[in-house]
Design a protein. Structure first.
Length: 166
């Protein structure tokens, strides 16, 4: 039997630098990077107009991604999964991928304060105008109100990191 790939996951507030870190880790480890944002924009262009749309389309995507990621991991390839793990419920979905088969995992918790996240969102609004309607302080405050940092009791292999200054 071949060795299993490692599933690399992320948790952190909106604008904390999770996607930047995920791309960096994928390059460094020669891993497959799977980005929720990329898949959603490719499969549902122009259809996600508000946060409720995001929740709906994301929930449609997850069963397909779960199956795909599990197959890649079982083939021995490491997967960097750039999907939010910002609530216990979101992280429970991660566990559904790796737990049944004993797949190794790493959860990077990008611990950044609100002001740094808001600064990054303002920068991202300019660099990615197509995201500007979602990268606002109001959306940040709403999304952050649901944020739950990972806890030891959840059983993840957590690595706490600080986002790089931009």
């Amino acid at each position: 039997m071949s060795s299993l790939g490692t599933l690399i996951l992320f948790s952190g507030k909106m604008g904390a630098g999770k996607s930047t870190l995920s791309a960096k880790i994928a390059r460094k480890r020669g891993a497959v990077l799977i980005s929720e944002d990329e898949w959603l924009s490719a499969l549902f262009p122009g259809e996600i107009k508000d946060f409720n749309d995001y929740i709906s389309y994301s929930s449609r995507l997850k069963p397909v991604i779960r199956s795909h990621v599990e197959k890649v991991l079982l083939a021995g390839t490491t997967v960097v999964l750039d999907f939010p793990g910002n609530t216990r419920k979101q992280r429970a979905w991660f566990k559904e991928i790796y737990s049944p088969r004993g797949i190794p995992h790493e959860l990077y918790y990008v611990a950044v304060d609100d002001e740094a996240c808001l600064k990054q969102l303002k920068k991202r609004q300019k660099e990615q105008p197509d995201r500007a309607q979602f990268d606002t302080e109001d959306v940040f405050r709403m999304v952050t109100s649901y944020f739950e940092p990972p806890e030891e009791s959840e059983g993840f292999n957590v690595q706490v990191v600080k986002a790089e200054s931009s």
